[in-house]
Structure formats: structure tokens, C-alpha cells
Write a protein that binds this ligand. Structure first.
Ligand code: RUB
Length: 355
């Protein structure tokens, strides 16, 4: 059995829900467009098919698409019999599938830079590196989960947005749900308010599904209810994930995050972003330099292929928004919880101990 298959088997035995994995010589992923009604497993036979799965959001979430970078380069190495030029081209192709989440780009660059030689030697080094990255991502989830859980009190009602969980990460709980899952496993009595997350409904379809599987009490709300819930005292804390954190602490996360952060500040509710050092991009000085993916407006005018607006209506779909650092109480990472001033504290904690 290959090293990468052993890794998968060990983690499946621990009951982890991985979004993508390698098994019996084949790359497989859960089609997240079908959740929560079906857990369809798709076989991925080429890098171009993997690219389509990422851009069509069959697999999504910054951690999970980062992992796709590792699996994708391994697949390219296998299929080209270890041709370094073709492996590099596969990496360039994958990096262009979604522009905002930085994990994918960083993972591809890391693995391609360290791929040595050609042929069997290249395949072996890529596989070892890929397994190292998968293990590291999973360790980050446990570590940031335990730092984040220290912020959670017994009885807390926590709001989250989009899906920052196991199917969007390495298998334990992604980022926000690693914090929530760890707090729950510590025996804290918590209740989660999960925002539906129009238009792709990651919160309703996937976060609610995972919370149900983990046995964590939760309530589904639509995105426009967060202000009401905060003003009525339903929410004690907000914990979200992040697709990219700029070096000044501004962050890109699913569209709607910014309005929740504004409402939280107005009601003195702590707003935390759970992330890992791999999502912090020191090459991006501030949020305004982060490219926000603009998706097809038909994803707003249509739902499940059916129109929900008058024919021909103009629509807009920025897939992410930028939350300025001034609205963020703390950034939870695998190295600890980082607070303002982010410009200096992020570098001090993360860059010094770069992974
Ligand atoms: C996913 C999204 C998630 C982040 C953060 O967007 O915005 O909130 O990925 O989660 P999409 P995490 O569904 O468009 O990929 O930090 O756990 O990756």
C-alpha cells in the first residue's frame, strides 16, 4: 500500500471525514454540491478534472482546496511518470482555479519547489511531501482547535458563517468547527447559530450537517437575521474561518462575514477568525489587495437550476468580502490566539516559526 493510502486508512479508522483522499490507486472526493442529501463519491482521474471540481465547488473551503494542491501534484507526478515540467504546469493550472483562498497557491508552490529529480524519484518525493502537508494540515486543526476552545465558555452561543469545517478542511473540523468541536468535546455546553450563507448555502447544507454529526446543538438562521439575533442577545461570540489573512490582519472570508463583524462590533460581541499560519499571506499587505473571486451571477438568479428572479435581471456575486482588522477581536491559529496590533503580532508569532 502506498504511503498516501496508509495515511488515509489510519485517519478513516479514527473516524475523520476527509473531503478528498487517495484509495486503491485512485483519487476520490465527496461532491459537496450534493450535500446534505447525498454523499456522492467522485473518482478524479486527471488534474483537469480536479481543476473543474475545484472551480465548480464540488470541493471547496480554503483548507480543502489547499489539500487538493497536494493531491493534485501527486496525481500529476503519477500520470506523467514523474515529468518535472508537466508537474509544474499542472501546479500552475491548479493555482488558477480559484483566486482568493491562498492555501492552494502556497501548497502547490511548496510541493513543486521541493519536488526533486524525475521519474520514480520525483513521484516518491512528491508523495512524501504531500503526506507531510496532509498531516500538518490535520495537526493544525487540532492545535488551533485547542487554542480557540480556551476562548469558549460553558453556555456560550456562537455564531458562524459559511462552512469552515471537516469537509472544507483536512478532516477534523477545518478551522471554525475545530474550535467548536474541541469546546464541545471538552464538555462545554454550547449552542451554534449557523448562517445559511446565500447563495451556495454552505451553512445550511454543510455546517448544519456536520454539527448534527458531531452532536452539537445548533440553530439555522438566514444571513440577514444576524443583526436581530445579536441585538436580542442570542449570540455571545462569532467564530468564522478565513480564506486569506493579509499581513495587517484584514481577512477575506465568505461574503457576508463583513456585515456580521460590523454588527458584532456594534453589540460588543467578540469576533474571532480561526485560521492557520498557511492562510496568512505576508505578501499581501492589506485586505484591499486580496483578489475577491467574482462568480457567475446565475448562481444568484437561479437556485438548483431554477430561476428565482425575473428573466434577464442583472445580478452580482462577489464570493468573498474583506473584514478589516479593526473589527477582529483575535485571530486563532495553531500557534495561539493573536490580537492587535496584527501587523507586528502576526509576524512575531507566525513568520518567526514559519512552516
Ligand atoms: C469557503 C469559505 C469558508 C472559508 C473558511 O468559501 O468562505 O468560510 O474557506 O473556512 P467557498 P476554512 O465555499 O467559496 O470555498 O478557514 O476552514 O477554510
Amino acid at each position: 500500500m502506498r504511503l498516501i493510502e496508509q495515511f488515509v486508512q489510519e485517519n478513516k479508522e479514527k473516524g475523520l471525514a476527509m473531503p478528498i483522499w487517495f484509495e486503491n490507486g485512485t483519487l476520490k472526493l465527496i461532491d459537496q454540491t450534493k450535500l446534505p442529501f447525498k454523499e456522492d463519491v467522485c473518482q478524479i482521474t486527471s488534474v483537469s478534472q480536479l481543476g473543474k471540481a475545484i472551480s465548480s465547488m464540488m470541493i471547496r473551503g480554503s483548507g480543502a482546496i489547499g489539500i487538493c494542491g497536494a493531491y493534485g501534484i501527486f496525481l500529476a507526478a503519477l500520470q506523467t511518470n514523474g515529468n518535472p515540467q508537466e508537474v509544474k504546469e499542472a501546479g500552475d493550472f491548479l493555482k488558477n482555479t480559484r483566486p482568493t483562498a491562498v492555501n492552494l497557491m502556497k501548497t502547490v508552490d511548496e510541493i513543486v519547489e521541493q519536488a526533486k529529480g524525475s521519474g520514480e524519484e520525483l513521484i516518491t518525493t512528491v508523495e512524501e511531501k504531500a503526506v507531510g502537508i496532509l498531516k500538518r494540515q490535520l495537526d493544525f486543526e487540532y492545535q488551533l482547535g485547542s487554542y480557540g476552545a480556551e476562548l469558549i465558555n460553558d453556555g456560550d452561543r456562537i455564531m458562524t458563517h459559511c462552512h469552515s469545517g471537516a469537509f472544507g478542511g483536512a478532516g477534523y473540523g477545518g478551522r471554525a468547527l475545530s474550535v467548536i468541536r474541541t469546546a464541545h468535546e471538552q464538555g462545554k455546553n454550547i449552542h451554534i447559530y449557523t448562517c445559511e450563507t446565500r447563495p451556495y448555502l454552505q451553512g445550511a447544507r454543510i455546517t448544519a450537517l456536520e454539527l448534527k454529526k458531531f452532536g452539537i446543538p445548533h440553530t439555522l438562521i438566514t444571513d440577514n437575521m444576524s443583526g436581530f439575533c445579536m441585538s436580542e442577545g442570542y449570540i455571545d461570540k462569532v467564530v468564522v474561518g478565513s480564506d486569506r489573512v493579509a499581513s495587517n490582519g484584514d481577512l477575506a472570508n465568505k461574503v457576508g462575514t463583513y456585515m456580521h463583524a460590523l454588527a458584532a462590533q456594534n453589540h460588543d460581541i467578540p469576533f474571532y477568525a480561526a485560521t492557520s499560519s498557511h492562510t496568512i499571506d505576508f505578501n499581501t499587505p492589506a485586505g484591499r489587495y486580496i483578489e475577491v473571486e467574482m462568480r457567475n451571477p446565475s448562481e444568484v438568479t437561479h437556485f438548483n437550476g431554477k430561476p428565482i428572479a425575473p428573466e434577464g435581471v442583472q445580478a452580482l456575486y462577489p464570493s468573498f468580502d474583506i473584514t478589516p482588522n479593526s473589527l477582529i477581536t483575535g485571530i486563532i491559529t495553531e500557534k495561539g490566539v493573536i490580537t492587535a496590533p496584527y501587523e507586528t503580532h502576526l509576524r512575531k508569532v507566525i513568520e518567526k516559526s514559519a512552516v
